[in-house]
Design a protein. Structure first.
Length: 374
């Protein structure tokens, strides 16, 4: 049975170049980058070259890139320090953010009594920019936290516009860019953004490593304490093989960006065409012109099939998801779709299908066959 992996928004397959890079470092370059002998200096050199590679891909300066274990850690660190150390009194976010942001904001609200405002979300899942401007008219020290690409429905935030609005209102701007990095151009020098986060396993790098972009002189303080690694902001011996693997994955992703984006967009459009033929009553959740790697569809199946649909596809070797992977084992409806869909529509099966350049039209055909047999 041919296995079909269409769940790339939850994690991605490692590129062969990344495996090669990491294998070499694991076997040869095992030194601790904090050691002063040649083994340590060699590891330190790999570490700093990787930092420069990441920075170059996003047009940032190397000193603004801080390595973390993942996007979740980076989000927690930035939001907590903004409240605790930068004296932010209010956070503006949306109800369709990743739980790494939503739950952190709720915890900070309970702990510090900060004001939390949720910007309105349009029926297509886009952020209501007019509402954001209205919220920012209050004179209070504010951080805006809005994701670049929604991980469930693929709606795209105009980060350039939001950044300029935040700048005009003296608000800090933080964006979870986990789904966007490595898949679209990001120029951090051109954006009015203070903080962003990324995770390597979303762009064909290893799990357990990510990074934060922290604008110079931001005043952030560490989340926890230990050694002086990462300018004292993120203590703990750096995972050099993971970091080098992440840098390699990002470099290769940007080198092939245009080709792979066009290829994936072609696959997504092919799937939409096939769905129109076989399931004409299907609907796209979110915007029709959402991010090229993600398609979230509401299928015209009866409610009783909702619970079994993923299991049925899995039995045929096809991997998709109903929502974010962090909660796809849950039977609760997606918090993102709950903001957008009617109660009746929420009971019907929605699937998130997410692509990478490793996919093919044959994968799409097998998915369609799988859905037809339900």
């Amino acid at each position: 049975m041919k296995k079909v992996y269409l769940d790339n928004a939850s994690t991605t397959q490692l590129r062969p170049e990344v495996v090669q890079e990491m294998t070499k470092i694991l076997s040869e370059d095992f030194g601790n980058p904090s050691s002063t002998h040649s083994f340590g200096r060699n590891a330190k050199s790999i570490l700093e070259l990787s930092r420069k590679t990441v920075a170059k891909c996003l047009n940032a300066s190397a000193q603004e890139i801080i390595f973390t274990s993942c996007g979740t850690e980076a989000n927690n660190w930035i939001l907590r320090s903004a409240v605790k150390d930068l004296k932010v009194k209010r956070i503006i976010t949306s109800k369709i953010e990743h739980h790494a942001v939503l739950y952190t904001v709720q915890a900070l609200q309970n702990e510090f009594g900060i004001q939390v405002d949720y910007v309105a979300v349009k029926p297509n899942g886009e952020i209501d920019i007019t509402d954001l401007v209205d919220l920012l008219s209050q004179e209070i020290k504010t951080l805006v936290s809005l994701m670049h690409v929604n991980n469930e429905i693929g709606t795209i935030l105009d980060v350039d516009k939001v950044g300029r609005i935040c700048e005009q209102h003296n608000a800090l701007f933080h964006s979870d860019m986990v789904q966007a990095v490595g898949k679209t151009e990001i120029d951090l020098q051109a954006l009015a953004i203070d903080f962003m986060v990324a995770s390597a396993h979303k762009f064909h790098g290893p799990k357990g490593i990510g990074f934060a972009y922290v604008r110079k002189n931001s005043g952030l303080q560490p989340l926890f304490y230990g050694g002086e690694q990462e300018k004292g902001l993120r203590p703990g011996t750096e995972a050099v093989h993971q970091i080098a693997g992440m840098a390699k994955a990002l470099e290769v992703s940007y080198a092939n960006l245009e080709t792979e984006r066009n290829y994936i967009l072609d696959l997504k459009n092919y799937l939409i065409n096939q769905l129109e033929i076989e399931f004409p009553a299907f609907e796209i959740n979110g915007s029709q012109d959402g991010f090229h790697t993600i398609l979230n569809v509401l299928l015209p199946f009866s409610e009783d099939k909702t619970a079994m649909i993923l299991f049925h596809l899995d039995m045929k070797g096809i991997a998709v998801s109903r929502g974010s992977a962090c909660q796809s084992g849950s039977i609760k409806p997606s918090h993102v779709l709950a903001e957008m869909l009617s109660k009746d529509a929420l009971k019907k099966p929605s699937l998130r299908i997410s692509f990478s350049h490793f996919n093919s039209k044959e994968d799409v055909d097998l998915l369609i066959e799988g859905l037809k047999s339900i």
